[in-house]
Design a binder for this molecule. Structure first.
Ligand SMILES: Cc1ncc(COP(=O)(O)O)c(C=O)c1O
Length: 409
């Protein structure tokens, strides 16, 4: 039998991270590679109670086919939890926010459509967008988030050519970004919001980590500033548990019907049983008690990793200090490549994700993503020491470093 693949399937790639995770599944390895929340944070007994109650009191409806929009009380809870005026009718419950990315790719991207992303950006979004064959344009970004001048240049350049090629949207993660852990400053949000409104450029705002702040909540979402110009994605994965595969999107009313049709084609609806369990667990303000425990745990893990990096890393290695979320972004000394370091680190029983995977183009080969949430403090200490040893052993000779520095702009 000769199966012929669609051109779109040819564009699909295995997730680099999943491939790396396979390499790192050797026993005894300390992994800073995964993007998984700490399983210690899963509220198992609350789910056990909710599971029994849902089956006892609402079992038939919970196990039946259901509305594609999602379970009404959960949509209401989502709308009420957001810091701007949201009508529950704008909320679509999705099978993880990853499905939200897939649905919006289907309704917003044609072959060749320009779309704008941060540098670097979430790999899973690139995976969802790529099969629709967009022209992905990376916008320069720094520690405060997206560079608004560069955005304006890249979004409007195409108009100047006389073609109708304004970018379809900007995809952005303002809070504790995956992969860098950085947060967009208030000033940058205000400037971005004003500029995108002026350009008529829609924003896709992805916010799975926003509740996981350490010392102070992040500034208001972009969606709160311009609700009609933004499509917002949220997730229950990082505040409750990813295994239930539930997230949501908040869409401007004009877009909602098309997203709903795409949702129907994808899976009819997200599991009604899981939606009821989450609604049952969340009622009575459970998240207000639960999420602070996640924040405290992750903050202590971040602090342990920062202290270990400071203690162990050789000169020339740099890293940032994320104010929340799960990831820290590091950069190797000149002349080194994270992809080449990885096998040497794995030999020493420690793993990370090379940053190059997260760039749509022009990857910085020296970058790497370190998750600080799944390893214990002891493992963080041992793992960072092992990583530092692998870096020291792999550092190029001084002559090579000088050559690269001289050639660098
Ligand atoms: C930025 C970002 N968006 C979306 C997702 C998908 O999350 P989920 O489908 O579990 O809601 C992730 C998962 O790690 C993520 O990091």
């Amino acid at each position: 039998m000769q199966w012929t693949l669609a051109a779109r399937a040819e564009k699909m790639n295995p997730s680099v991270i999943r491939e790396i995770l396979k390499v790192t599944e050797k026993p005894g390895i300390i992994s800073f590679a995964g993007g998984l929340p700490s399983p210690k944070t899963f509220p198992i007994s609350a789910f056990a109670d909710a599971c029994a109650k849902v089956l006892r009191e609402d079992g038939q409806a919970a196990l039946q086919y259901a509305a594609s929009e999602g379970y009404g009380p959960l949509r209401e809870m989502v709308a009420a939890s957001l810091p701007w005026q949201v009508d529950p009718a704008q909320v679509l419950i999705t099978t993880g926010s990853q499905q939200g990315l897939d649905l919006l790719a289907k309704i917003l991207i044609d072959k060749g459509s320009p779309i704008l992303v941060e540098t670097p950006t979430y790999l899973g979004a690139l995976q969802a967008f790529t099969p629709m064959e967009p022209q992905v344009i990376s916008v320069a970004s720094d520690d405060d988030g997206i560079d608004v001048m560069d955005l304006a240049m890249k979004a409007t350049l195409r108009q100047a050519q006389g073609e109708r090629k304004t970018a379809r949207f900007l995809y952005v993660l303002p809070n504790f970004q995956n992969p860098t852990g950085r947060t967009m400053s208030e000033a940058r949000r205000a400037a971005l919001s004003a500029k995108t409104a002026e350009l008529g450029l829609p924003i896709i705002e992805d916010n799975p980590y926003g509740d996981l702040w350490f010392d102070a909540p992040p500034p208001l979402p972009l969606s709160a500033r311009n609700p009609d110009g933004c499509l917002y994605l949220g997730s229950f994965s990082k505040v409750l548990a990813p295994g239930l595969r539930l997230g949501f999107l908040v869409a401007p009313k004009a877009l909602y019907p098309k997203l709903l049709q795409a949702k129907q084609a994808a899976d009819l609806h997200s599991p009604g049983f899981n939606q009821r369990m989450i609604a049952e667990v969340m009622k009575d303000g459970f998240l207000d008690r639960h999420v602070p425990t996640i924040r405290a745990l992750y903050k202590s893990q971040r602090d342990a990793m920062l202290a270990a990096l400071k203690r162990e890393m050789p000169e020339g290695v740099s890293w940032n200090t994320p104010d929340g979320g799960m990831f820290l972004w590091a950069r190797l000394p000149a002349g080194m490549r994270a992809v080449e370091l990885l096998p040497k680190a794995v030999e020493k029983n420690v793993a990370f994700v090379p940053g190059a995977a997260f760039y749509a183009d022009n990857a910085d080969p020296r970058t790497l993503r370190l998750s600080f949430v799944t390893a214990s403090v002891d493992q963080i200490n041992t793992g960072v020491a092992a990583l530092a040893a692998a870096i020291r052993e792999s550092q190029p000779a001084a002559g090579v470093r000088i050559a690269e520095t001289a050639g660098a702009k």
